[in-house]
Every structure is written in C-alpha cells, then in structure tokens.
Write a protein that binds this ligand. Structure first.
Ligand code: NAP
Length: 312
C-alpha cells in the first residue's frame, strides 16, 4: 500500500512516500480502515523527531514507521471476535499503533475508539475531530469539571484543541477569558469568549482575575504564572504531556494532564455536534498526504488556527 514513513527520527525531511508497505491486519478488538483522511497534530512532529515519550521504546528494527494518530475512512475488515461493525461503514478513529499509523492507505484502529460518521457528516473534516475533540471534552468535563458560573482562563484559545475548549466551556455556562495572537482575536469572539486577550500586545496577568479553572494548551511561560490566578479549590489542566506539574502539586493545587481513553458515547455526541454545527471545527487547511512535511513545519511553528488535515 501507499504510505508516508520515516526511516529514523529527525526533521520533516525524513517523511517520504513509499508504495510497497504491507497492509496491516486487524488483531482482536481492532478494525481495519481504508483511510480517507488523517488529522494532523503537534504529537505527530514530537513522534517524528523522537521527543515524545510514546516512542522511547522503539529500536532501529521498528523502522520504517508510519505516523498518524487519527483518521477517517471506510471499514475494510474486522479483527477476530469483533462484532457490531460492518465492512463499508464510514468511521473516524484514534490510531494508537505508533509504528503503523494513519499516514497510510490502511490502518488498524481499536474498535472501542472508533466512531460512526453521522448521516450528513463530512469524513474529511471529521478526520480532525477525535484527538482535539476528545482531549477538550475530557479536560473540561472530567479533569476540570467546569460548572456554570465558574471563571475559566484558556491559554491558546484558537488552536485545534483550544477552539473546542472555548466552545465547551461557553456551553457549560462558564465565564471565559482566552488568549490568542492579534490575528485570532475575532475568532475568539466568534467562539463566544467573553474576555479575549491578545497575548502579543496585552499582559494577561494584569487582565485575568482569580479564576476557578485554567486550561493551558501552551505550558511554556504560562503554567507557573497561572497558578497565582487560581482560587482556593481551583483546578489546572495542562495539555502538553511533557509538562512538569510539581510546581502546582507542591502548592496543593489540583493539576492534571489529560489522556486518551475509550468513551464511545462522548465521541458519538462530538461527531453529531460537529456535523450539526452545534460545535464548530475550523479547518486550517486540507492538503494531500504527499505534502505532510509542510504541515509538520506549520505545526512546529505553533500558530496554526484550527486543524490541519491530510487526504490520502
Ligand atoms: N495530552 C493530550 O492528550 C493532548 C492532546 C492534544 C494536544 N495536546 C498538546 O496540546 C498542545 C496544543 O495542541 P493543539 O493541537 O491545540 O495545537 P495547535 O493546533 O498547533 O495550536 C497551537 C495554538 O497555540 C496558540 N499559541 C501559541 N503560542 C501561544 C501563547 N504564548 N499564548 C497563547 N496561545 C499561543 C496559537 O495561537 P496564535 O497563532 O494566535 O499564537 C495556536 O492557535 C500541543 O502541545 C499538543 O501536543 C495534548
């Protein structure tokens, strides 16, 4: 099959196309999916350069590897013992095999982390939903437990995850402060942010009061100062998984980093909400998989607005 692979950890130039990669076969509990599109995430470049802890166990013998942690596509085979799914159904899914990811024509996905595309849903757009949508949902509802009337500060409100964080907090009835650069201030307002902050021209520390919750997609330069803005009983959720939470826990502040786990009902609801327009999933750009190295460079610059998606 066709795939974009890396032969070693390194820069975006390591990503190259092959046409003779073996099609992965579904194991117990897995679905084989013929990929339509793959969502791109900062995690992809951290896995590409080897800095992600998730790649620490790999050895030279594991290469070449295909990256890609989320996709949409059509079910092409069921693993042994898998029931409740039909070949031909359109789905979106998390792809958790770090050597055989979704930068490929076929990928195997855990059935319990795969979601049917709702009627009328756009599979290309929905390829960008699983990671950003679920991470935002679990951050807001499981980790921070945001309640109506609470004050919430969101660092990075215009990014892939940030836009969902904003919308979910606004929907929960919170009062939201969110940061982004100058060009994204209108987007913050469109999403319902009550107090947009331009981190390039304004000092958020002088504008943000004591809040109940901080949702921090940036971490570098924002995490420690945010602790001074939390009320007693406040919660902070940090997105980058390499974050050191010790400065918070030392002060007795509840701090956590979200992870991915199966919650099929939540994924169904998110897919329906994006399809109906109840949640807006902004697409920064849809590009062909052959240009994925360019997307990695954009992600590494850290200023994409919404999601980048690659089509097969
Ligand atoms: N723990 C998990 O399971 C998990 C899941 C998903 C993502 N993540 C991590 O969460 C982080 C964000 O992911 P993402 O997909 O949302 O990234 P993204 O789509 O690349 O978004 C980055 C956003 O950060 C904003 N930004 C950059 N510097 C900023 C600053 N100093 N202050 C405020 N905003 C700033 C940018 O806005 P401007 O252009 O306006 O600057 C941009 O919109 C990444 O580190 C990612 O690896 C973790």
């Amino acid at each position: 099959m066709r795939a974009v692979v890396i032969d070693r950890f390194g820069g975006p130039e390591e990503l190259h196309e092959v046409t003779d990669r073996a099609v992965p076969q579904p194991r117990s509990g897995q679905l084989q999916v013929k990929v339509i599109a793959t969502g791109l995430n900062p995690l992809d470049y951290k896995q590409r350069d080897g800095s992600s802890k998730s790649m620490a166990h790999l050895t030279a013998g594991d290469f070449p590897i295909a990256l890609g942690r989320e996709c949409s596509g059509t079910i092409s085979a069921l693993g042994p013992g898998v029931t409740g799914w039909e070949v031909g159904e359109e789905v979106m899914a998390f792809c958790n095999d770090v050597t055989d990811g979704s930068y490929a024509e076929y990928v195997c996905t855990p059935a319990d982390m795969t979601t049917r595309i709702p009627a009328g849903g756009d599979p290309v757009k929905l390829a960008g939903l699983p990671i950003a949508g679920f991470t935002a949902w679990t951050s807001v509802h499981e980790r921070a437990r945001v309640q109506a009337g609470e004050k919430v500060l969101i660092h990075g409100g215009s990014g892939g995850v940030g836009q969902f964080l904003v919308q979910l907090c606004v929907r929960a009835g919170a009062e939201v402060w969110a940061t982004a650069s100058t060009r994204n201030q209108d987007r913050l307002r469109e999403l319902g942010v009550h107090h947009p902050i331009d981190y390039r021209t304004q000092d958020w520390q002088t504008l943000v009061p004591q809040v109940d919750v901080v949702l921090d997609t940036v971490y570098f330069g924002t995490f420690e100062p945010s602790l001074d803005h939390l009320r007693p009983g406040g919660r902070i959720v940090v997105l980058p998984s390499l974050a050191d939470l010790t400065p918070a826990t030392k002060r007795g502040i509840e701090a956590s980093i979200p992870g991915l786990h199966p919650m099929p009902a939540v994924m169904d609801e998110l897919a329906r909400d994006v399809t109906s327009g109840a949640l807006d999933l902004e697409i920064a750009e849809v590009l062909p998989l052959s240009e994925v190295a360019r997307a990695h460079r954009m992600l590494e610059e850290g200023h994409t607005r919404g999601k980048l998606i690659a089509t097969l």
